[in-house]
Ligand binder design. Structure first.
Ligand SMILES: *Cc1c(COP(=O)(O)O)cnc(C)c1O
Length: 405
C-alpha cells in the first residue's frame, strides 16, 4: 500500500502541480500550498459583486504575494491595524489606499501613518482617540474618520463584540464631535468573524440607523466591516450573494445622502481559499495522529478555539476503510499543541501518510511561529482547486477526503 516510503530528503517541490504532486516528493517539513487563482477569484468576486468598496483586512494574511494578487484583481483599499501593516502595504503596494481601522492606536503610529504614508482614514471609538488623532495629525482637515459602534456577535463563530465599540451613552456626543473634526465622516462595525447569517449585517445596520437618527448627523461612509464567512466542516454558510443582497437593501434604507459610500472589510473571505498545508503523519496512537504542524504553526485556531478545517488523505491507493474521527498532536513538546477536531479520515491512516489541511489562507499561515524549532517549510504554488470554495469552484458537498496519487 505505501509504496512511497523511500529515503526521505528535503523535498524539491515543483513550482506548480497539485497537492498530490507535492506529496509525491515526500517533504519532511510541512508545505504551504498556495493557490493564487483562488485568491484572485475571491478578489474579483468582491470587486464585482459587493455593492460598494471592499477593503482587504490585512491581518488575515499579510503575505506580500497575496497583497499583490488582490491589488491586481481590483482591491485598491487596505484595512491596516498597526504601523507594521501600514509600512508593509505602503512598501508592497505604493498606490494603495490605507485605512487605519484599529480603534486604539499609538499617537506616534498615527503621526507616521499620516505624515509619512499619507494615511487619511482612521477609526475610533472614544473622544480620547479622536483627540489623539487630531493631535497626531496637527489638526488635519482632510481626514475620513469612522466611529466604530458596538454590535452583536450572535451570528458569528468568533466574537468581536467585547473589545471595541463606542459606549451607547457616549455615542451621540462622539458622533457629533467626529462630524465637526472630519472631512468625511463614517460609521463602522464588525459583526464578528465567520458570520453564519446575513442577518448579522441587517441587525447591525439597524443600529447604524438608530445612531444616525439620534445624532441627527450627515454620514458619508457606512462600513459594514469584515465577518464574511468561508467554508469549514460544520460551518457551511449561505451564499455570499445573499449577504450582499441583505447589506444592499439595509444600506439603501438608511437616512444618508446619495453621495454616501458603502464599504466592507473582508479578511477571511478573501484569503481562506488561498492556502492549505500539507502535513505528514509521524506517529499514530489510536485515534490520535502526531503531525508535523500544529498550534504554534498554521493550526493556532484549530488548537485554541477548536476550529475545524477540512482534511484529506493523500496516498497512492484507494482505501475501502470507512472514515473515523481523529484528533491531531502538533510537533512541539507542549501538551497545548493539540487539535481536537474531530478530523474525519479513512480509518487506516498511518505514520508516513500525508494529509492536506485546507482553508488555512486566513488566520492559519499568518499565525505561524518558530517555537521549538518548527515552523519552517516550503511554500509552493499549486494549480488545483482548494478543498472547498464559496466562489463556485468546488461543490463542498461533493468533495472527497481521499486524493489518489
Ligand atoms: C479582523 C478584522 C477584519 C476582518 O475580519 P474577517 O472576519 O476576517 O472578515 C475587518 N475589520 C476589522 C476592523 C478587523 O479587526
Amino acid at each position: 500500500m505505501h509504496k512511497h516510503h523511500r529515503a526521505l530528503g528535503l523535498a524539491k517541490a515543483p513550482l506548480s502541480g497539485s497537492a498530490g504532486d507535492i506529496a509525491q516528493s515526500r517533504p519532511v517539513q510541512p508545505v504551504t500550498l498556495l493557490r493564487p487563482h483562488a485568491a484572485a477569484r475571491a478578489a474579483r468576486f468582491f470587486a464585482e459583486k459587493f455593492p460598494g468598496k471592499s477593503l482587504y483586512a490585512v491581518k488575515a494574511n499579510p503575505s506580500p504575494e497575496l497583497l499583490q494578487i488582490l491589488w491586481d484583481e481590483g482591491i485598491t483599499h487596505y484595512d491596516v491595524a498597526s504601523l507594521g501593516e501600514v509600512r508593509l502595504v505602503a512598501q508592497t503596494l505604493p498606490q494603495a489606499t490605507l485605512c487605519f481601522m484599529h480603534p486604539v492606536k499609538a499617537e506616534e503610529a498615527i503621526e507616521e501613518a499620516y505624515f509619512t504614508h499619507g494615511v487619511k482614514t482612521f477609526s475610533l471609538d472614544t473622544l480620547e482617540e479622536l483627540d489623539k488623532i487630531m493631535r497626531a495629525t496637527r489638526g488635519a482637515t482632510d481626514l475620513s474618520l469612522l466611529v466604530r459602534i458596538r454590535v452583536s456577535s450572535e451570528h458569528a463563530k468568533l466574537s468581536l463584540a467585547a473589545k471595541f465599540g463606542a459606549e451607547p451613552g457616549e455615542l451621540t456626543r462622539l458622533l457629533f464631535a467626529t462630524r465637526q473634526a472630519a472631512d468625511a465622516m463614517g460609521i463602522c462595525f464588525h459583526v464578528g468573524s465567520q458570520a453564519m447569517s446575513p442577518a448579522a449585517y441587517s441587525d447591525a445596520l439597524s443600529k447604524v440607523r438608530d445612531a444616525i437618527v439620534d445624532a441627527a448627523i450627515t454620514v458619508d461612509i457606512v462600513d459594514v466591516g469584515g465577518g464574511f464567512p468561508s467554508w469549514y466542516p460544520g460551518m457551511e454558510p449561505p451564499a455570499l450573494e445573499s449577504y450582499f443582497d441583505v447589506i444592499s437593501n439595509a444600506y439603501e434604507a438608511l437616512p444618508i445622502s446619495y453621495s454616501a459610500e458603502l464599504w466592507c472589510e473582508p479578511g477571511r473571505a478573501l484569503c481562506a481559499e488561498y492556502a492549505s498545508v500539507l502535513v505528514r503523519v509521524e506517529k499514530r496512537r489510536g485515534a490520535e495522529l502526531y503531525i508535523n504542524d500544529g498550534a504554534y504553526g498554521a493550526l493556532f485556531d484549530a488548537a485554541h478555539i477548536g476550529w475545524r478545517y477540512p482534511v484529506r488523505l493523500i496516498r497512492d491507493e484507494d482505501s475501502d476503510t470507512r472514515d473515523m474521527a481523529f484528533s491531531f498532536y502538533g510537533p512541539t513538546c507542549d501538551d497545548l499543541d493539540h487539535m481536537a477536531g474531530p478530523f474525519e479520515l479513512p480509518a487506516d491512516v498511518q505514520a508516513g501518510d500525508y494529509i492536506e489541511v485546507g482553508m488555512l489562507g486566513a488566520y492559519g499561515c499568518a499565525m505561524r511561529t518558530g517555537f521549538n524549532g518548527f515552523g519552517v517549510g516550503d511554500r509552493v504554488i499549486v494549480s488545483d482547486e482548494p478543498m472547498a470554495s464559496l466562489y463556485g469552484a468546488v461543490e463542498p458537498a461533493r468533495r472527497s477526503n481521499v486524493v489518489k496519487l
